[in-house]
Design a protein around this ligand. Structure first.
Ligand SMILES: [Zn+2]
Length: 256
C-alpha cells in the first residue's frame, strides 16, 4: 500500500485524543520522532491495547493521514517486562525516553543509531541485576546520546586553556560540557564538580567503546561513583535540552 509504511518504534509518551483514542509519540528506527493515532486503544477489546503502553518496542504499520498518521497494526518486539516490576527501572527508563523525546527530531538521518541506543539502554536497564548495572546503562546512554546529538562531552582538553589535562584532578563543568584543568578552575564562574582522573577514565571508557563492552572501570564501579557521574551528566543534558525535563524530579525524590 502506497499510503502505508512499516517501522520499528518505541513508545515514549501518549496523549488522550478522544474518549477511545490516543496519540502515541514514538521514536522510530526509520523516521526518528513520529506520532500516530491509536484508534479505539482505550476500549477493553482493542486490538492494539497494551502494545501502546509506554516503554514498549513494536513493529508497526502506519497509514499516512493528512495531518496525523494512524497506527493500523502493532507486533511487540520487546515489552521490557522486567522493568515493570521495579520502581528504579521504571524511573531510569522514563528518564532515558524523555532524553530521546527532548533531543529526537523528525526525519532524523541518524534515527537508526538513536533507536538502537535507546533499545539497548532500555533492554540493559530491564535485565539489570542491581542498581549499579541500571546506572551504568543510563550513564552509557547519556554519554552516547549526547555524542549522537552533536554535544559530545569534552574529557581530554581543558575547555579554558585548551591544553591536554594529564592524569591529575580536574573539574567537570556542566555549563561548558566537559572538563577544565586545576589552574583554570578558579576563573570559571559556572557550577563545577571536582573530577578525579580515574573518573575521567571511567567516562572515556564508556563513551569510546561499544554499548555492550564492559571495561575495567565499569567492573569496579560502585553506586557512589555511578550516582555522581549520573548527576554530572544529567545537569549537562538539562542545560543543552531544547525542552524542560519532568522525570528527573521523580528520580530526585526517590529514596536511595
Ligand atoms: Zn586550563
Amino acid at each position: 500500500m502506497q499510503n502505508s509504511f512499516v517501522t520499528d518504534a518505541i513508545n515514549l509518551k501518549s496523549y488522550n485524543l478522544s474518549e477511545s483514542d490516543k496519540i502515541i509519540v514514538m521514536y522510530s528506527r526509520e523516521k526518528g520522532l513520529i506520532r500516530g493515532v491509536a484508534k479505539g486503544v482505550k476500549k477493553p477489546k482493542s486490538k492494539l491495547g497494551a502494545r501502546m503502553d509506554l516503554l514498549v518496542a513494536n513493529t508497526l504499520m502506519l497509514h499516512k493521514g493528512r495531518n496525523l498518521d494512524t497506527i493500523c497494526q502493532a507486533e511487540v518486539l520487546n515489552s521490557f517486562y522486567k522493568t515493570r516490576q521495579d520502581i528504579d527501572k521504571i524511573c531510569y527508563s522514563t528518564y532515558v525516553t524523555e532524553v530521546v523525546h527532548n533531543f529526537g527530531v523528525e526525519d532524523d538521518p541518524c534515527s537508526a543509531k538513536v533507536y538502537d541506543l535507546l533499545y539497548k539502554s532500555l533492554d540493559a536497564i530491564s535485565t539489570a541485576e542491581n542498581k549499579i548495572e541500571i546506572m551504568l546503562a543510563v550513564i552509557k546512554f547519556q554519554l552516547k546520546m549526547m555524542a549522537e546529538s552533536g554535544f559530545s562531552v569534552e574529557l581530554d582538553d581543558c575547555l579554558c586553556c585548551h591544553t591536554h589535562i594529564p592524569d591529575e584532578s580536574m573539574y567537570f563543568v556542566p555549563a561548558l560540557g566537559g572538563v577544565v584543568c586545576g589552574s583554570c578552575a578558579g576563573k570559571v564562574m559556572h557550577q563545577k564538580k571536582q573530577l578525579p582522573s580515574k573518573m575521567r577514565d571511567f567516562f572515556k571508557q564508556m563513551a569510546e567503546n561499544d554499548f555492550d563492552y564492559k571495561g575495567e572501570y565499569e567492573l569496579k564501579a560502585n553506586e557512589k561513583v555511578c550516582e555522581v557521574s549520573f548527576e554530572a551528566l544529567k545537569s549537562y543534558i538539562e542545560m543543552k535540552s531544547p525542552k524542560k525535563f519532568k522525570s528527573t524530579d521523580i528520580i530526585m525524590q526517590m529514596p536511595v
